[in-house]
Design a binder for this molecule. Sequence first.
Ligand code: SAH
Ligand code: TMP
Ligand code: ZN
Length: 405
Amino acid sequence: MKECRICKTPIVPFMSFDKMPIANGFLRPDQFDKEYFFEMAVGHCSACQMVQLIDQPDRELMFHGNYAFFSSTSKNMAVHFKEFADLVIGAHLAPKDPFVVELGSNDGIMMQFFKDKGIRHLGVEPSANVAEAARAKGINTVCGFFDEELAEKIAAENGQADAILAANVMCHIPYLHSVVAGFRRLLKPGGVIMFEDPYLGDIVESTLYDQIYDEHVFLFSAASVGYLFERHGLELVDVMPQTTHGGSMRYVLAHKGAKRVSAAVAAQRAKEEELGLHLPATYEAFHRNIQRSRDELVRLLTDLKKQGKRVVGYAATSKSTTINNYCGITSDLVEYISDTTPVKQGRYSPGTHIPVKPYADFRARYPDYALLYAYNHAAEVMAKESEFMEAGGKWIVYVPKVKIL
Ligand code: SAH
Ligand code: TMP
Ligand code: ZN
């Protein structure tokens, strides 16, 4: 039996998605026959509450010089990260020569706002191509995986940080003990750590099962995050719910005793108990909801095909890899997927090999239905697709329920 990565308690999976490919591994036809797959099973640790993948592919298979996800493809996310940066700048930096570190800084979508204000900053980003895109914008970036050793090096070269930030990356890192030990070393006595990730409570409540894919080794809650950091002398001092990615949580941490603990922390933990996030029965129900959601989506797509309707996927998100593979969606049901990211265009989706085409193809000949894989960007997408809707085009969504909009 596998052990919990955080507290070493043996855990059993509550479900398996069977064989899954690398979620961001968009590929060419000559790569189909050597595509990598792993068994994606997920479990809940009843001791420390961490929900986690049982197995995860090696990090070099996911994060490398051809990483396909460029954060800056979403304008709304840039607005979100400007607000995040403004909050840090307004409330958490020392008046004299502050220093800010970000993990998973990608193409600089958040660090750009510190750079623009002349604030001393350092992004840590292991995927060389996106790190290079950030450097090209003048953002200081070290290309590497954050861990205790790298934290030590950063502190030795730059001094300790006022703020350590991370968005949608902490949940990617299986060796979190090393990362958090590094935070403790790198953080000034009065500094803050702020990170956000898709939130377990929302994932379970809205059946956002596509948040489960190779990169997302953990699904965090206030309970599990509090437990992990406590073991390193750090304390969860605030939680701030976010609407990004279908429902996320921003966690604020500090050295133990250094900051007042907001009442929001106890309130969130009470909500988690009410939701039953500590109970195996909750995950059994989650599993049933996932199966139901899959069956409804497959039925809808099959019916539309029988009616001779054209269905195109909208946005080749990493999340869509879970949907396509778990539901068995091939180009038989979804003609192609439209995506604005140049490195994904002309490639095929991981596992079920649906062609990914430029957005121009979508505009040139609207389908009858667009399957909205990027439901997290729904506001941005709807705002720019009025023509598609005026032409009679309809959206298919599967979150929180399968339906036609
Ligand atoms: N923060 C951005 C990017 C999230 S994608 C946003 O929210 O849009 C996750 C990023 O984390 C990827 O660019 C990946 O290369 C990076 N990453 C993965 N493991 C990491 C680690 N150990 N340390 C720092 N970055 C890491
Ligand atoms: P994400 O959901 O993981 O942030 O991935 C977003 C993907 O969606 C990325 O590949 C770019 C694509 N996309 C579009 O194709 N059109 C859009 O309008 C938006 C907002 C994103
Ligand atoms: Zn545990």
